[in-house]
Write a protein that binds this ligand. Structure first.
Ligand SMILES: [Fe+2]
Ligand SMILES: [Fe+2]
Length: 204
């Protein structure tokens, strides 16, 4: 599996996580209380899998090398991708902040949580598709097999340094978010999830 395949696998898991948050957001909009544990796990997934693991490998390996290779011609796009990573972190900080009041049934906090979860899901879905459809194909075309093998080695180093189990832990976290949603909303959650995935058709 190449470095890019590994990033694409991360994206599949991130999309599954975002689908759950999309549904959680809908419930919040309908003034249905979503278990706070779903958002606590969101903070964990975002910090440990998305920022430390996924964004780190994108920024310090892929974006860096791609920018070098393109000799400055795509710098504005790389800056914009990094900005989106940064904005994503800011939105998660706001979710974290709102979660305190949400847990004590504060109405303003409930609204702030709903609002920021919505912004976060929207930004991340757009960002992941942008990378899948524009930047990863650009990287596939720009780098030789040897260069790609160097990225693999870089990724191995980073993954090892981070304990080697970041992906597996993240899968467990998404499964646990799904279990919390199922427990609270049962068949309504399952129906919404199935509908969301089936309506996406070929762009899973
Ligand atoms: Fe990214
Ligand atoms: Fe990404």
């Amino acid at each position: 599996m190449t470095a890019l395949d590994r990033l694409k696998d991360d994206h599949k898991l991130i999309k599954r996580y975002l689908d759950n948050l999309f549904i959680a957001h809908d419930f919040l909009v309908e003034r249905e209380a979503v278990p706070a544990s779903v958002f606590e796990k969101t903070l964990d997934f975002s910090k440990n899998f998305m920022n430390k693991y996924h964004h780190f490998r994108e920024e310090y390996v892929l974006f860096l090398k791609l920018a070098e290779k393109k000799g400055g011609t795509i710098d504005p796009q790389i800056v914009s991708l990094r900005d989106q990573h940064e904005r994503s972190r800011e939105l998660v900080s706001r979710i974290k902040e709102a979660l305190k009041g949400y847990k004590s049934n504060d109405e303003v906090a409930f609204s702030r949580l709903a609002e920021n979860v919505g912004y976060y899901v929207s930004l991340e879905r757009q960002h992941v598709n942008r990378e899948n459809h524009v930047f990863y194909p650009m990287a596939e075309e720009a780098f030789s097999d040897d260069e790609m093998a160097e990225f693999d080695a870089e990724f191995d180093k980073i993954e090892k340094k981070q304990g080697g189990d970041s992906f597996d832990k993240a899968v467990k976290l998404v499964e646990s978010i799904e279990a919390d949603m199922k427990q609270k909303f049962g068949a309504v959650y399952r129906d919404r999830y199935d509908k969301l995935v089936s309506e996406r058709g070929h762009k899973k």
